[in-house]
Design a protein around this ligand. Structure first.
Ligand SMILES: C[S@@+](CC[C@H](N)C(=O)[O-])C[C@H]1O[C@@H](n2cnc3c(N)ncnc32)[C@H](O)[C@@H]1O
Length: 604
């Protein structure tokens, strides 16, 4: 049997690997090292060349059975190859799940949280790869920024070390004024030129002060043509250029109106943030716009988010109002609120420990359960579904050993993990009919929100409205016929854990929590709600999907109807912003606008 040592020395892949590193080896050389020895009639090099040739681009999808079909390959070798492939895929998936993609200046702002109240000037660099994924955040200088003192080397040396494809710079102005100074302009010019020469473009330079920010992005785009020295067309050759795939674009999403910075959660490594989920109509990306308006138009101590969805609006409200109330009739949302916003006791080490143990569970060691029998091979891979079902059962069995907060924290972590690996476009009305590539399962703890006085409800909003009182009430109901309880039924089933009988292709339970706001009587329900609410200000979100071609996306209430209903309560202003929502995939929302109505309730 031909082993590696039988190959002429000059051709031995192991030696070449040690001398020159893995990049000097072909794919078949690398496979030869994994296999170690050949089979009867073929040395290891011929064997690996044959395998690479046979499977070509499909190599990463080879199964053990495919390999066993090759004459001379036994179970041991087939497993060696398959395990190596799975290992690579697993690490790659982990890396991707931690990936932070930066698409616009709003995304950059989440890295400025710690800079805004600094007394000294800082220059911070974000290094991105060709997919606009963050490679590293680095403080480049502390103290007064001076063109003469700052050498481009300090910025671009780490960039070359990291093989970065582009750079974003952040600078703080402790004075509170975010407009660029003359010195800032000179520095930007110098750094941008250096970046162009090196083929590592500077895509944005953002100045932040305590409450504002200024982005050079647009200016830099215009200047580009005027620069004298441009290497490689100003762009590194990347996988995107090789495969002629369009690089993710970095665009400004901020509107021309000056939006104030309020609160963007820090990215806490290996933790789940409240907004890290896919939820139709969530307001995460509109939060600064919404609160810029609320803070300008409203005042008071208490805030009620009565169609709270993900809860991202409440999360910001907790930083601005003394008392916050949030409500949604979905079981999964309620569990998530109790986990993130609750003020009951919990033991961090205990929760982290339990999650760590959950991450050491292997599907092969588990029997099928309700969740895997229902959703395995459909919304999730069989393996992930088995693990999810097992963990959910285990949380329920251990309920008596957990505080309420710990119980909801574990459920919330599981819900976010399930959402992340689900084989869907972001809701559970349908799943992809494709082979499962995402067989991964890795649960992270949630990062709870520090709150003062919080009230959490799970009620029909129109019933709740008769019982509550708040200075500002934020109203963000569904506006089309798509029922949230049906879209997120898998998360509902996973939360309630009453293991219901499921129906149809999408495996939905009997219907529950069907909203009147998705029906034809929606405008009457809104009128009733507005009449019953005891508030100083009503703030209503609305988006113009009314003209959508898809019937289910068409709005049940028109803009004019909302305005008319609100005017019965007091003087009403309307604000608008161009915005493209996360939608379910088959609706084309061109010319999409987001509206915010603010009604100052008149005293009766
Ligand atoms: C447009 S979403 C709200 C999105 C939310 N503002 C966010 O940023 O994530 C509407 C929410 O209202 C809830 N909902 C619909 N009808 C309801 C009702 N009658 N009572 C309580 N909640 C309701 C849905 O479950 C859904 O989460």
């Amino acid at each position: 049997m031909g082993k590696l040592k039988d190959i002429p020395k000059i051709d031995r892949p192991r030696e070449r690997f040690l001398e020159k590193g893995p990049d000097a080896l072909s794919k078949s050389d690398l496979l030869a090292i994994i296999l170690g020895s050949g089979i009867k009639g073929k040395n290891v090099k011929q064997l690996s060349e044959g395998i690479i040739k046979k499977f070509g681009k499909n190599f990463l999808n080879i199964t053990v059975n495919d390999l066993l079909e090759i004459s001379g390959i036994g179970q041991a070798k087939a497993l060696q190859i398959s395990s190596a492939i799975s290992l690579v895929k697993r690490f790659y998936a982990d890396e991707k799940s931690n990936e932070i993609i930066i698409k616009n200046s709003q995304d950059v702002l989440s890295f400025t949280y710690d800079l805004r109240d600094k007394k000294k000037e800082y220059l911070v660099c974000l290094y991105l790869n060709a997919r606009n994924s963050l490679l590293k955040k680095e403080i480049v200088s502390v103290g007064l920024l001076d063109k003469a003192l700052l050498h481009p080397r300090e910025i671009f040396y780490p960039a070359t070390e990291l093989n970065a494809a582009s750079v974003i710079l952040i600078h703080n102005h402790p004075s509170g004024d975010s407009s660029p100074s003359e010195k800032d302009n000179q520095i930007v010019e110098k750094i941008v030129q250096a970046g162009e020469i090196m083929g590592i473009p500077v895509i944005d330079f953002i100045i932040v002060s305590e409450n504002n920010h200024y982005s050079f992005h647009e200016k830099l785009q215009k200047q580009k043509e005027g620069l004298d020295y441009v290497a490689d067309g100003g762009m590194q050759a990347t996988l995107f250029t090789l495969f002629e795939v369009k690089k993710p674009s970095y665009e400004i999403t901020a509107e021309k109106i000056q939006e104030n910075y309020f609160y963007i959660p820090q990215v806490k490594e290996n933790h789940i943030q409240l907004h890290n989920r896919r939820y139709i109509g969530n307001k995460h990306k509109l939060i600064e716009w919404i609160f810029s308006i609320i803070n300008k138009e409203c005042s008071g101590n208490s805030f009620a988010d009565i169609f709270a969805g993900t809860g991202v609006v409440s999360a910001v409200a907790t930083k601005q109002f003394k008392k916050v109330l949030l409500n949604d009739f979905l079981h999964s949302n309620y569990a998530i609120y109790r986990a993130f916003f609750g003020n009951e006791v919990w033991d961090k080490n205990k929760v982290d420990g339990i999650i760590k143990n959950y991450n050491n569970i292997y599907a092969d060691d588990l029997e099928d359960n309700y969740f895997s029998k229902s959703f395995g091979g459909k919304f999730f891979s069989n393996n992930s579904a088995k693990i999810i079902g097992f963990i959910r059962e285990n949380i329920e069995e251990n309920k008596n050993n957990l505080t309420q907060r710990e119980y909801y924290m574990l459920i919330a972590s599981l819900l976010y993990t399930a959402d992340k690996i689900a084989n869907t476009v972001g809701h559970f009305d349908a799943y992809f009919k494709k082979e499962f590539v995402n067989d991964s399962f890795f649960m992270k703890p949630i990062d709870p929100i520090d709150t003062q006085e919080i009230s959490i409800f799970q009620e029909d909003t129109n019933i709740l409205a008769k019982k509550i009182k708040a200075d500002v009430v934020y109203i963000d109901p569904p506006y089309n016929s798509r029922q949230y309880s049906r879209f997120y039924h898998v998360l509902e089933t996973l939360t309630k854990w009453d293991k219901p009988k499921l129906y149809g292709v999408a495996l939905k339970p009997e219907s529950e929590n069907m909203s009147d706001y998705c029906r034809n009587n929606a405008k009457d329900k809104l009128a009733e709600l507005v009449k019953d609410l005891d508030a100083k200000y009503l703030v209503v979100s609305y988006n113009n999907t009314y003209d959508s071609k898809s019937n289910s996306s068409r709005n049940k209430i028109t803009l004019q109807e909302i305005e008319r209903i609100l005017k019965t309560k007091g003087s009403t202003k309307v604000f608008e912003k161009n915005y493209r929502h996360f939608n379910t995939g088959n609706t084309n929302f061109n010319n999409h606008k987001e509206y915010l109505f603010v009604t100052k309730v008149k005293n009766e």
